[in-house]
Design a protein around this ligand. Structure first.
Ligand SMILES: [Zn+2]
Length: 109
């Protein structure tokens, strides 16, 4: 495998690791106990978020989100759709590297 392909695979591996960390519910960094929205004073809001939400009631927890939002159209740009596209791109990179490796083995034998 050439160095460029190796680098591509390494980068993809790192990206997978990052995605795993980002969506790990046991990761203490992902559990927020404060709202964190920017206040008019410029510092983060210290109120606790509402149940199942990431913001407090003053900073958007009461307004509709996701599919209930009045601007929701196709879901093409939701977090899930974005992750799905990312996964497809990563699997393409791994698959291509595998094919390159196979071709190299065939060429050398
Ligand atoms: Zn808040």
């Amino acid at each position: 495998m050439d160095t460029r392909a190796k680098k591509r695979v390494e980068r993809a591996c790192k990206e997978v690791e990052n995605l795993r960390e980002l969506h790990d519910k046991n990761n203490p960094l992902n559990k927020s106990h404060i709202c964190g929205a920017k206040t008019r004073q410029g510092n983060p809001c210290r109120k606790p978020p509402l149940n199942g939400r990431t913001r407090c009631r003053l900073h958007g927890a009461l307004s509709p989100s996701d599919k209930e939002h009045y601007n929701f159209k196709s879901g093409k740009f939701t977090k899930e759709a974005f992750l799905e596209r990312k996964k497809q791109n990563l699997s393409y990179i791994f698959f291509k590297a595998l094919i390159d490796l196979e071709n190299e083995i065939i060429r050398n034998s």
